[in-house]
Design a protein around this ligand. Structure first.
Ligand code: SF4
Length: 301
């Protein structure tokens, strides 16, 4: 099927024709400066205790996580996805050992490393550059919004300026970046979100992930929401916004994600978001209804 947007699935088909490639979510065991007290102990207000990683493999050695996943999904090629917490945060020798485990497997064809923009030291940038020369490396940077008032509300404890510095340093070293954005941050209007996408167009990362602002149990946002519920996006509002943003997103930027998902036991609200297939269908339907596609309203496409 021809996608009306440049999907990650499409990219994998181009890069690895005839092969199925899947991501192995990995807990590296590293921490996060926004949780360990260096910047804060609160963490981002939406971040759950597994920091996006799968709950059932916490604490496992990396080899065991990789091999268990490969046994469950045999006969494929894999991307090692260092997903939870900040996977560039630590002494470079420790980071190198962790990444080296993934590099040992012949059928791992890429390494994706999730982190915060202010948690990459100089030596870590150099390590990433060395890995980039050996394999397909993508660094996933949490940004969420270019608006510092939103970053403050989310307790991100970094600024858009810091994001730009890390982004440009990765770019200078030839390393591709995937940027995470949150749609529906309280106080943000459609215009704020459009400005974020237009700023990304100017930076031109390799990819973007759109996440719905959702409430997960055990987070600071959950406490606030339960105490005093605030409006969350309806499915229709989310669909409309995502389609508006896709129309403005540069067509070269790969869309890695169009909605967030999480285990049912962690998820709290809005309940419609649990049906990810329906959300994706509604986005495709809306694009078709508008006769539209990614980049249709992008000025520099
Ligand atoms: S979302 Fe990322 S940066 Fe924020 S607290 Fe969680 S692990 Fe740390």
């Amino acid at each position: 099927m021809n996608e009306p947007f440049r999907s990650f699935r499409g990219l994998l088909k181009e890069r690895f024709p005839g092969c199925k490639v899947v991501k192995i979510p990995i807990h590296s065991g590293l921490s996060c400066p926004n949780r360990d007290g260096k910047l804060s102990r609160r963490g981002c207000i939406y971040c759950d205790r597994y920091a996006s990683g799968p709950p059932d493999t916490v604490g496992w050695p990396i080899e065991e996580q990789v091999e268990t996943f490969m046994k469950k999904h045999p006969g494929r090629k894999y991307i090692a996805y260092f997903q939870s917490y900040c996977n560039t945060y630590g002494p470079v020798a420790v980071l190198e050992k962790k990444y080296a485990i993934a590099l040992r497997y012949e059928n791992i064809v890429g390494i994706f490393i999730g982190t915060r923009p202010d948690a990459i030291s100089r030596p870590a940038f150099s390590l990433l550059e060395r890995i980039h020369r050996r394999t397909w490396l993508s660094v996933e940077l949490g940004l969420q919004s270019i608006h510092d008032h939103s970053l403050l509300l989310l307790n991100r404890n970094h600024t858009y300026g810091q994001f730009c510095e890390a982004f440009q340093e990765l770019k200078r070293r030839g390393i591709e970046t995937i940027v995470h954005l949150i749609i529906g941050i309280p106080g943000e209007t459609r215009q704020h979100m459009v400005q974020t996408v237009e700023a990304l167009n100017a930076l031109r990362p390799a990819g973007v992930k759109f996440h719905l602002l959702h409430v997960l149990r055990g987070t600071e946002m959950y406490e606030r929401y339960v105490r005093s519920p605030f409006p969350l996006l309806s499915q229709e509002e989310y669909t409309d916004l995502v389609v508006d943003l896709l129309e403005r997103l540069h067509p070269a930027i790969v869309v890695h994600r169009l909605s967030a998902d999480r285990e049912r036991e962690l998820f709290y609200a809005p309940s419609w978001a649990l049906n990810k297939a329906k959300v994706l269908r509604s986005i495709r339907t809306k694009l078709a209804e508008r006769g539209s596609h990614q980049g249709r309203l992008c000025h520099d496409a």
